[in-house]
Each structure stands twice: as structure tokens, then as C-alpha cells.
Design a binder for this molecule. Structure first.
Ligand SMILES: O=C(O)CCCC[C@@H]1SC[C@@H]2NC(=O)N[C@@H]21
Length: 291
């Protein structure tokens, strides 16, 4: 990689065999796992597979991404072997007769990125023994610095009137050094599990724990017909959320900015903000914790 600042290939690679054994079949929806040494973006790879008709349950993992995508059109940096970059293909709009799952209506899909945030909190607590918190909707914070992010993208189905497939992409900084951390344009500092003092930074068990937790929550949510309250997902999300109760500034997708107190997350996963203009329900935005 001429010119690349990332030269630390002494970091151990992920083991496809160990991931495969642990993930496929016994653990929920995951059917097929692809581990790539390098790709542009695992989200782009899974979206392409979805467009080609791939069924639910594909997991793509990359040791390095050259065009990793972040939220709001940002770049997500994935130095080789220093983090986890993975995307999964979900089709919540399809019925699954053998599980008794009815299609989830698209208005419930907003919970999927938050569900991934809950899985991140659980995996990091279990393996790294760190108390991570979520900044709404799903930035994983350790001591106020961002350690992981989630990008969920919808892939429109084809006629007649099909529900979209959802690609859920997760990026977790595991052993990035301080000089490898990205600068966030919003001013939010970044960190990695290692820099935050993780008890363990072995990526194989971390990825297994993450995918198991993701599978468990997805199944609970689908068992409950996509109801985040009945499935316990909203409660678990609120338990890990650092935003509710804080003074916040939110940059909205249309460029407007609102300030107020974050008072809750509604049954659709929207953030409730009590500000000078009354209560707002926000479906998307960049949150800054003020106090
Ligand atoms: O916080 C964010 O901005 C979201 C970052 C999401 C990054 C992950 S890495 C794996 C997957 N592939 C991508 O291109 N993006 C997501």
C-alpha cells in the first residue's frame, strides 16, 4: 500500500473458520458469511447482493475498507485489521413461515440501526468489559468519545410493491492507535477499545458476540412483529442511551439546528426534544451533548 499511513499488519487477522463455525446455523438469521481482506464498503457489497436477490442472513466482513461509508455521506476509515467492519442483510418485510414471522411494516424499520447500537453496547460490555453508551441514534461512546457507528441503508425491492431490504453496517474501532483515529467534522472525539482500556481486544470473539447479540435482538423484535416496546428493545435501548435527559443541540438533515432537552425515544425510535418551540420528534440528525 504505497503512501498508506497504515502499516501495522502485525495485527492478527480474523479467522473465517472460527467465525463461520460460531455464526452460521445455530445463531439466528445468519446464513452465509463472507470475510474479505479488502473491499470498498461492506455496505455496498451487501446492497449489491440484495439487489441481486440474496436472501436474508448474508454477513460480509472486511479487514479493510477503501471507501467505507459513514452517516450523512461521511467517510468511515477502516485501517487494516484494526477494527471490525461488517454489514448484514435483513429482510424484515418478508414473512418467515417456519419462525411464525409476519412481515414488519416499513415504518418499524427505523429501529434496526438502534437495535444494532444495543448489540454493540452488549458486545463491548461482555468482551471489552467497558461501559459504552449510545448517543442517539447509534454512535457508541466511551467516556464521551466515539468508538463505533452504524449505517443502515434501504435497498428498494423490485416490482410488484416489494418491501425494501435493509443493510445494517457496523464499524467498531478496536485497536486503532491515537494517530489512526479519524477527525470528526462535528468535533466529536474518536477512540478505540484499546485506547479506552478494554480488557480484551481479540476481534474474533468480539465479532461473534456482536453478531449473536444482533441476531438475538432481531429475533425478539421479529417475534414481537417489529414492536420495539413489546420486544423489550426500547427499554434496552434507553438503558444504554446517554442522550435522554441531556441538553442537546441537533443538526437536522435539512441544515436547521434545534436545541433543547432530550426527553425520550418514542415507540418509532424518534428522539423527543423539548425546546423553545415545544416538543419535537426527530427521525434523524446529528446530536451534540451539551450538558
Ligand atoms: O457513524 C457512522 O457514520 C456510521 C459508520 C458505519 C461504518 C460501517 S463499517 C461497515 C459498514 N460498511 C460501510 O461502508 N459502512 C459501515
Amino acid at each position: 500500500m504505497p503512501g498508506s499511513p497504515y502499516t501495522d499488519l502485525d495485527r492478527p487477522p480474523l479467522s473465517a473458520a472460527r467465525l463461520q463455525r460460531a455464526l452460521v446455523a445455530p445463531h439466528g438469521p445468519w446464513r452465509r458469511l463472507e470475510l474479505r481482506a479488502e473491499t470498498g464498503s461492506t455496505n455496498a457489497d451487501v446492497a449489491e447482493a440484495a439487489r441481486a436477490g440474496e436472501p436474508e442472513g448474508l454477513v460480509v466482513v472486511a479487514e479493510r475498507q477503501t471507501a467505507g461509508r459513514g452517516r450523512r455521506g461521511r467517510v468511515w476509515q477502516s485501517p487494516p485489521r484494526a477494527g471490525l467492519a461488517t454489514s448484514v442483510l435483513l429482510r424484515p418485510g418478508e414473512a418467515v413461515a417456519e419462525r411464525g414471522w409476519a412481515p414488519v411494516p416499513p415504518q418499524g424499520y427505523g429501529w434496526l440501526p438502534l437495535l444494532a447500537g444495543v448489540a454493540l453496547v452488549e458486545a463491548v460490555a461482555l468482551l471489552a468489559e467497558l461501559d459504552a453508551r449510545l448517543k442517539w441514534p447509534n454512535d457508541l461512546l466511551l467516556d464521551g468519545a466515539k468508538c463505533a457507528g452504524v449505517l443502515a441503508e434501504a435497498v428498494p425491492g423490485t416490482a410488484p410493491d416489494p418491501p425494501p431490504a435493509i443493510v445494517v453496517g457496523i464499524g467498531l474501532n478496536v485497536t486503532l492507535r491515537a494517530d489512526e483515529l479519524p477527525e470528526n467534522p462535528t468535533g466529536l472525539p474518536a477512540t478505540s477499545l484499546q485506547l479506552a482500556g478494554a480488557a480484551a481486544t481479540d476481534r474474533d470473539p468480539l465479532l461473534r458476540a456482536l453478531l449473536r447479540s444482533l441476531a438475538d435482538w432481531y429475533e425478539r423484535w421479529r417475534d414481537a412483529g417489529g414492536d420495539a416496546v413489546a420486544s423489550g428493545l426500547r427499554e434496552a435501548y434507553l438503558a444504554g442511551c446517554a442522550t435522554v435527559g441531556r441538553q442537546v443541540r441537533v443538526l437536522l438533515p435539512d441544515g436547521r439546528e434545534v436545541r433543547g432537552t432530550a426527553t425520550g425515544v418514542d415507540p418509532d425510535g424518534q428522539l423527543l426534544v423539548d425546546g423553545p418551540e415545544g416538543e419535537l420528534r426527530l427521525a434523524a440528525g446529528d446530536v451534540l451533548h451539551l450538558r
